[in-house]
Ligand binder design. Structure first.
Ligand SMILES: Cc1cc2nc3c(=O)[nH]c(=O)nc-3n(C[C@H](O)[C@H](O)[C@H](O)COP(=O)(O)OP(=O)(O)OC[C@H]3O[C@@H](n4cnc5c(N)ncnc54)[C@H](O)[C@@H]3O)c2cc1C
Length: 375
């Protein structure tokens, strides 16, 4: 089975690893260098209970995504030789005033009703500061999410790609796929920018925010747009803060080397990757409100990346309605790091003709051609 993967981000890497491990002949085509787009820009939280806004398909897939992460991470570290720094220090989702507290109480309620009672703990401000002493005295309430985690997503992406190559996958960088070549209702391969054609049995579209731009799939009407997210990175000390801190004003994610990532913005501005004064200002204000002592910490760098977003903010996983041997693995929006291992598993299931362990109906590409979809 010959599989071509379009896109060398975390999703393309995870898919390539799974398929190569199962014996497929995999080639990854990456138009730039691997892992330098959203998968490089992300904050790396494995945070199903902070990301979902209620019970439903997003919560379900994110919880399954974390399970897949736990199932795969040790093997990935061993097979790749790269430590993705998977830290289990949990997340504190904090409220700085009573209206934020009311919102978080509602979140705790629906999570308990969804059967997550053991994984969400309600704390008052003092209890939250016992877990993270640097938290602002203004924190009045917090949700402790001990099973929500974090990883160093840049290393994780490298790990997937390394493991895929060690399992036999071929990586081609600096190679842009311009279109899918098809005969009747079957894709026969891809055409690259230089005009060359590469044949395949199966093609996986893992082109992130650009996944809707591959020519030859227009009939699917899959629409994915970039939502810019900016991050401001400070240089702290290793283990300066324990859990990642989440709030309605922004978040703080520590790295093992002492970097502290403050995020983020959600901006519908097209493929414009600038870091702006307004964006940085909002992020810095949010970070300062969470931990006032940060005002003396050294600024290190800032960056932006594009979250791949669909109209309903759910990923697109599974066959193209017009060319069923093309599989979408795209549109992961704010949770592509969290969903990487699971995406690798379900795409491998589909390629190998197995029933995926997860009902993929809510994530089907067919939803884009159904009437009444607002874009
Ligand atoms: C600021 C920010 C914070 C985030 N925080 C988190 C978080 O805490 N947790 C989480 O789970 N997720 C987070 N995300 C989301 C996550 O980063 C993305 O969902 C994920 O990285 C998407 O991975 P991808 O492989 O689909 O896309 P990308 O990493 O963008 O990779 C797509 C690749 O395809 C290549 N490509 C595109 N077109 C072509 C073509 N025609 N031919 C060949 N190659 C092509 C691109 O060059 C790119 O390398 C965050 C994102 C941002 C921006």
């Amino acid at each position: 089975m010959k599989v071509l993967v379009i896109g060398g981000g975390i999703i393309g890497g995870a898919v390539a690893w799974r398929l190569a491990m199962e014996g497929s002949a995999v080639t990854i085509f990456e138009r730039g260098r691997i892992g330098l787009e959203a998968s490089w820009a992300g904050a790396g939280m494995i945070a199903p209970q902070a990301e979902a806004h209620g019970p439903g398909p997003l919560l379900d897939i994110c919880l399954r995504g974390r399970e897949a992460f736990d199932r795969n991470v040790d093997q990935l570290r061993e097979k790749s030789g790269v430590d993705p720094e998977y830290d289990r220090a949990g997340i504190l989702y904090v409220a700085l005033d009573n209206s934020e507290k009311t919102e978080l109480e509602a979140r705790a309620l629906w999570q308990r009703q969804a059967g997550l009672g053991d994984e969400v703990e309600e704390l008052d401000g003092d209890q939250a500061r016992l877990i993270e002493p640097m938290l602002s005295p203004a924190v009045v309430y917090a949700l402790h999410l001990p099973t929500n985690r974090r990883t160093e997503n840049r290393k994780l992406t490298q790990a997937y790609i390394n493991a895929a190559i060690r399992a036999g996958a071929e990586l081609r960088e600096g190679v842009r796929v311009s279109e899918i070549v098809a005969h009747n209702t079957r894709a026969s391969g891809v055409r690259l920018d230089d005009g060359s054609i590469h044949e395949a049995d199966v093609i996986v579209n893992a082109a992130g925010a650009w996944a809707g731009e591959i020519r030859g799939l227009e009939a699917d009407r899959v629409s994915i747009r970039p939502i810019r997210g900016q991050i401001v990175c400070f240089q702290g000390r290793p283990a300066m803060i324990g859990p990642a801190i989440f709030s309605l004003r922004g978040y703080l994610v520590p790295r093992r080397d002492g970097r502290l990532l403050a995020g983020s913005t959600m901006e519908d501005v097209g493929f414009d990757k600038q870091v702006t004064m307004a964006g940085m200002g909002r992020i810095v204000d949010g970070a300062n409100a969470l931990i006032p002592q940060l005002s003396s910490i050294a600024f290190r760098e800032a960056w932006a990346g594009f979250r791949p977003a669909t109209h309903d903010l759910l990923p697109v996983l599974g066959p193209s309605p017009s060319l069923p041997n093309v599989l979408y693995a795209a549109g992961h929006f704010r949770s592509g790091i969290l969903l990487s291992a699971l995406t690798g598993e379900v795409i491998a299931d589909l390629v190998k003709g197995r029933q995926p362990s997860l009902d993929l109906t809510p994530f089907s590409a067919a939803r884009f051609t159904q009437q009444g979809v607002a874009r």
